[in-house]
Design a protein around this ligand. Structure first.
Ligand code: ZN
Length: 289
């Protein structure tokens, strides 16, 4: 017969064992809620001979290189592609493509399609689709993703799919195939999966319906993807607005909105075109959690 002390030890051991069993319980696939991981994809790059186009009166005549990123977000309820970068067709041009009267030269050293292939993801597997805005360096490959549900601000939709697309600097040839896509038209912020893990923030100014995206990563925490609400760190710190933006006033208000979100959510700002920051991020096939 066990003594009192032995029985106490047995009870403690049994309790510890049950805790161990509970904590070792396997996680079922449908228990892994929210965002699981995010891939940063190389989506082209560009360079300019005069960065002051983006920072009026500052660094006049100085060259600058820009990164261009796409983001693939794996959520328990779907696969979201945010941004689609510069057109893969430019990969075949050894000198790249110069646009905007010589303002910017675009290059693609590795196609978006090949990076998805490397991850074993067919374009048709993308279920949710969104872009910060409809300029060519963000919607260059969208015609690949016609089976996804599109999230777009009504103001951007009207500018991009209306009769005066060129006036906003949009080229419908890039995104014509999305006309028949299932489309969620927004007028403000939107929680895509309904659990607060992936939230679109309306940040107009660069274009009429520009938007930014917050992704709540399980280990990294919330990351705020700027789009072109700001183009690089110095413009962010000094609240500088490119002269060609659709609205100066809205651009400034959107930067203040993003600053308030960063503070409230303890989020990190990832600036799409800031090459020095983008170079520090792990790129696909690596991912962030
Ligand atoms: Zn851009």
């Amino acid at each position: 017969m066990a003594t009192d002390r032995q029985q106490t030890t047995i009870r403690i051991c049994a309790a510890l064992l049950s805790i161990a069993i509970l904590s070792a319980a396997p996680v079922r696939a449908d228990d892994a809620q929210g965002v699981q991981r995010m891939y940063v994809l190389y989506c082209g790059e560009s360079d300019t001979k005069d960065v002051s186009v983006w920072s009026p009166g500052v660094d006049v005549g100085k060259p600058r290189e820009f990164s261009d990123s796409c983001y693939l977000i794996r959520h328990a309820k779907g696969l979201l592609l945010w941004e689609s970068g510069v057109s893969d067709t430019i990969a075949a041009m050894p000198d790249g493509l110069t646009v905007g009267n010589g303002m910017l030269t675009l290059h693609v050293r590795k196609t978006l399609r090949s990076q998805l292939q490397e991850l074993g993801i067919a374009p048709a597997a993308i279920t949710h689709l969104g872009f910060s805005h409809f300029h060519g360096d963000h919607v260059g490959n969208v015609n690949l993703f016609t089976s996804a549900k599109l999230y777009i601000q009504q103001a951007e939709y009207d500018a991009a799919f209306g009769p005066d697309a060129a006036k906003s600097g949009f080229n419908p040839a890039f995104y014509n195939k999305l006309r028949d896509s299932e489309t969620v038209k927004l007028d403000g912020d939107h929680d895509i999966f309904g659990d607060g893990s992936v939230v679109i923030y309306s940040t107009p100014g660069h274009t009429p319906g520009h938007q930014s995206l917050q992704v709540r990563l399980p280990k990294t925490g919330p990351v705020l993807l700027s789009g072109d609400a700001v183009h690089f760190g110095e413009n962010w710190e000094n609240r500088r607005v490119p002269a060609r933006n659709f609205s100066q006033e809205q651009s400034l208000a959107s930067m203040e909105k993003l600053a308030a979100i960063l503070e409230r959510e303890y989020a990190t700002l990832w600036i799409n075109h800031d090459k020095s920051q983008t170079d520090t991020l792990p790129h696909a096939p690596e991912f962030v959690e």
